[in-house]
Design a protein around this ligand. Structure first.
Ligand code: ZN
Length: 126
């Protein structure tokens, strides 16, 4: 898996009547002509998964036993409307080994802790 990877699930739904729009069959003036058409609004909505590597830490992996860089990944599932991501539905944090790809779920607190830990480690190296 590469960073900024997307996978999308999309659902399409047609709504007979949307609040604020005229009822189907209502006469509408359009450029001087009377239009008698059923007003339908077609919505394409769904969800997409977006991954961002927020940190890289190094330790011995619990899966493969190799001292390899571990990516701390923020995985957010976002609601999309017409394929445009609008807002996150859920956010999860995982730790992924760059050697074997083994994944471990992290809490938001653990992900935050890895950031402060690596910031402190880079301070002492200076
Ligand atoms: Zn590993």
């Amino acid at each position: 898996m590469t960073p900024d990877q997307h996978s999308a699930q999309t659902f399409a739904g047609g709504f007979g009547r949307v609040k604020g729009l005229p009822r189907p069959g209502t006469a509408l003036l359009d450029g001087g002509a009377v239009q008698r058409k059923a007003q339908r609004m077609f919505l394409i909505f769904g969800s997409s998964v977006h991954e961002t590597i927020i940190n890289v830490v190094r330790f011995v992996c619990g899966y493969c036993g190799v001292d390899a860089p571990q990516n701390v990944v923020k995985r957010s599932n976002r609601f999309t409307l017409f394929f445009l991501p609008l807002f996150p539905i859920s956010t999860r944090y995982i730790n992924r080994c760059t050697n074997c790809g083994g994944e471990t779920a992290l809490t938001a607190e653990q992900a935050r802790h890895s950031l402060t830990w690596s910031a402190r480690a880079s301070d002492t190296r200076r």
